[in-house]
Write a new protein. Structure first.
Length: 131
């Protein structure tokens, strides 16, 4: 993975990709992990990582003039499906009704971008901005 690099939108990213891309009225947001971009560290708890991932997602959305209400689809990747309820408890604080369509997928591992702390969650999004 290497060091944090700059993406095409001048937002910190952990690899060779753009944090957000526009296609017509749609915006595709790359997966955001529960790592604090300023310190490059992550909490060990899934609730805290979920909160940080959603904060990171909100910052990327904001960079394109979008907000959580513009999100129509979310995909959540978690390393432990027993944490599903904890993730939901944090998630509902970020999205109002009607919430985005969503998929949640258990994965074996996520990129190691926070030193020795395992990343437990990654969240990507699709947003739309009507003209």
């Amino acid at each position: 993975m290497g060091n944090v690099q700059k993406g095409s939108q001048s937002k910190p990213v952990f690899g060779p990709y753009s944090p957000i891309r526009k296609a017509g009225n749609f915006y595709f947001v790359s997966g955001q992990v529960g790592v604090n971009p300023a310190t490059k560290t992550a909490s060990r708890g899934v609730a805290e990582q979920t909160q940080q991932a959603l904060t990171n997602l909100g910052n990327v959305l904001k960079s394109a003039g979008l907000g959580f209400d513009d999100v129509v689809k979310i995909t959540i990747f978690i390393t432990d499906m027993s944490c599903f309820g904890v993730v939901n408890d944090v998630y509902v604080g970020y999205f109002s009704e009607p919430r985005p369509a969503r998929s949640t997928i258990a994965v074996a591992e996520l990129p190691r971008v926070a030193g020795d702390t395992p990343v437990k969650i990654e969240i990507d999004a699709i947003a739309i901005k009507e003209p």
